[in-house]
Design a protein around this ligand. Structure first.
Ligand code: C2E
Ligand code: CA
Ligand code: CA
Ligand code: CA
Length: 279
């Protein structure tokens, strides 16, 4: 791939270099953005599948440069994790989200979920960061759920993550396993690790078609497993009314997905909760 001109084929090497350059730029851009707090937190409802009332919201960060369109997390979270910038960014999201959610909790009993990366859990002061976000906002510990992926628990070198999570659960904070079922890990950890609920990944939500019946068996087995271990169940990526009904019938407690609501701004959450409760 050496030919120049308009039919030029870009070699693997070139693409690697371009990708590296892109990541370096992203790291520099992210660092500056963190200094300016050029981010917004959007919230996606988690609804009770019995009545579709919002019982919790998940904080989802957006990079909002002043000179361009918002950048979704899939385009910068991995760079933030690799560079360590997720530590200050994650702390900012946690503080911002607790400040937003405290009024929703007091008025409507709504809870808050925040995503936490393994890098954050390896910091010696993670527990303190969470306590400070709760204290500064007045959000009670029991209204907060930390969402972590399976890999955090399974590959917890030195046990730092488990130590933090155990201490935080003692003060009432809840822990959910995010993207459950995608980590290809042993299920044995479910029994003895400090967790309260699982969020079943959207890959397991049955879709219409010939594989439908098998998919139903699979997700039913996951829900039954969680229930037998007294873990709460949330299913992600619910996009249709049929899926919502099916998952409720299978015994899943909470649902999240475009069928209920996309992630929305804090102002839109206010309006949604006021309208929900007025029904
Ligand atoms: P996640 O934690 O699994 O969050 C769910 C993602 O699925 C969100 O994407 C959400 O917008 C999307 N989603 C929700 N409902 C549906 C649906 O019905 N169908 C489909 N196809 N997708 C749906 P988003 O907001 O782009 O976030 C992507 C990922 O970025 C999150 O996945 C999470 O891993 C990460 N992330 C977002 N905010 C933070 C943060 O503050 N800290 C950390 N560490 N990670 C974050
Ligand atoms: Ca999540
Ligand atoms: Ca997830
Ligand atoms: Ca995910």
């Amino acid at each position: 791939a050496k030919a120049a001109g308009k039919d030029r084929v870009v070699s693997f090497d070139e693409r690697l270099r371009a990708d590296q350059l892109h990541r370096t730029r992203t790291v520099d851009g992210l660092r500056a953005a963190i200094d300016r707090a050029d981010f917004a937190v959007h919230y996606q409802p988690l609804v009770d599948l019995r009545d579709e009332q919002t019982v919790s919201v998940e904080a989802l960060v957006r990079w909002t440069p002043s000179d361009g369109p918002p950048i979704p997390p899939d385009q910068f979270i991995s760079v933030a994790e690799d560079s360590g910038l997720i530590v200050p960014l994650g702390a900012w999201v946690l503080r911002r989200a607790c400040l937003d959610a405290v009024a929703w909790h007091h008025r409507y009993g709504v809870r808050l979920s925040v995503n936490v990366s393994v890098r954050q859990l390896r910091e010696p002061d993670f527990e303190q960061v969470v306590r400070e976000a709760l204290e500064a906002s007045g959000l009670p510990a029991h209204a907060l759920t930390l969402e972590i992926t399976e890999s955090v628990l399974v590959a917890d070198g030195g046990g730092q993550a488990i130590t933090h999570l155990t201490a935080l659960r003692r003060i009432g904070v809840k822990v959910a396993v995010d993207d459950f079922g995608t980590g290809y890990s042993s299920l044995a950890y479910l029994q003895h690790l400090p967790i309260d609920s699982i969020k079943i990944d959207k890959a397991f939500v049955p879709v219409e078609g010939p594989e439908g019946a098998q998919q139903v068996s699979l997700i039913r087995a996951i829900i039954d497993l969680a229930r037998s271990l007294a873990l709460g169940t949330v299913v992600e990526g619910v996009e249709t009314a049929d899926q919502a009904r099916l998952l409720h019938n299978l015994g899943c407690q909470l649902g999240q997905g475009y069928h209920f609501s996309r992630p929305i701004t804090a102002d839109a959450v206010e309006r949604l909760l006021a309208a929900d409760r007025a029904l």
